[in-house]
Design a protein around this ligand. Structure first.
Ligand SMILES: Nc1ncnc2c1ncn2[C@@H]1O[C@H](COP(=O)(O)OP(=O)(O)OP(=O)(O)O)[C@@H](O)[C@H]1O
Ligand SMILES: [Mg+2]
Length: 249
């Protein structure tokens, strides 16, 4: 993320003189934008405000949906103005795209529905009592079964060519005993050519070891074992279509 604005002088002047409002829209404005662009017909309430996005419970006609709107601007603490973080708009399309691949491969993720610029809608995970809780904030009735299903979910994502780089008990929802993996915005696609497959496999290994370790620590509180090294090695073998990975690391 750039610390110094890359904007050219004329734009900087307009910002300084107040000709462009360079600030993050407030939550109510974000909600209004979601309605304006036609992604949803009603915004019901905010259900998550993370570092990079606001997440709303909303309706699209009769259907409950969740709308995630990435912030376009981020305040830089080194300069006085805000810095436009171009990548944020890109994250919405990336997350939407990755959800599409994952969903098509029947991985346990919310179904992606529609996208407009820096926001998209997806299936609402939850019920009449509200959104499904994060794994972090709930007590599992069948932790062993859940752990198994979650590992299968991570493998399903890998079959779709995706490795989640931010896997943790915060980004797993518990939907009536079933795991649903969310927040794929920074996921890696490992099945595409482009950068070297070997580099991607290494990135995937680092992300998997880290994510599975977070989950292992979580399940330890139930005394439920959770594989990390073996699971990572197995997933990497699946992902390594070119036979370039080194075994056993
Ligand atoms: N499809 C969904 N159904 C129900 N709840 C959801 C859904 N997607 C997101 N949420 C809720 O919104 C929260 C934030 O979503 P997400 O993790 O995608 O956003 P984020 O901006 O990355 O947040 P953070 O920075 O806190 O990780 C989730 O923890 C979850 O509680
Ligand atoms: Mg999250």
């Amino acid at each position: 993320m750039p610390n110094a604005p890359y904007l050219d002088a004329s734009v900087r002047w307009k910002l300084k003189s107040g000709a462009i409002a360079f600030r993050e829209p407030r939550t109510a404005e974000v909600a209004a934008q979601l309605l304006d662009c036609g992604l949803v017909t009603e915004v019901v309430q905010i259900i998550g405000a993370g570092k990079e996005a606001d997440v709303f419970l909303a309706r699209d006609g009769p259907r409950w949906v969740v709308a995630k709107s990435y912030r376009l601007y981020r305040t830089s603490n080194r300069s006085h103005g805000a810095v436009k973080a171009d990548g944020m708009g890109h994250l919405a399309s990336r997350e939407f795209e990755l959800l599409g691949y994952a969903w098509a491969h029947r991985a346990p993720v919310p179904e992606p529905l529609a996208r407009e610029e820096n926001a998209f809608t997806m299936e609402f995970i939850g019920g009449s009592e509200g959104p499904a809780p994060q794994l972090r904030r709930t007590t599992l009735e069948e932790p062993e079964e859940f752990a198994r299903a979650l590992l299968v979910g991570v493998e399903d994502l890998a079959h779709a060519g995706i490795v989640h780089t931010d896997l943790s008990p915060f980004n797993v929802l518990v939907d009536g005993g079933r795991p649903v993996i969310i927040d794929l915005g920074k996921g890696l696609r490992v099945d595409r050519l482009g950068s070297s497959p070997w580099i991607r496999l290494n990135e995937a290994r680092t992300a998997l070891l880290h994510g599975l370790e977070m989950l292992r620590r979580y399940f330890a509180r139930y005394g439920v074992p959770f594989e990390t090294a073996d699971a990572t090695a197995g997933i990497l073998r699946d992902l390594d279509r070119f036979g370039v990975g080194s075994d056993g690391e």
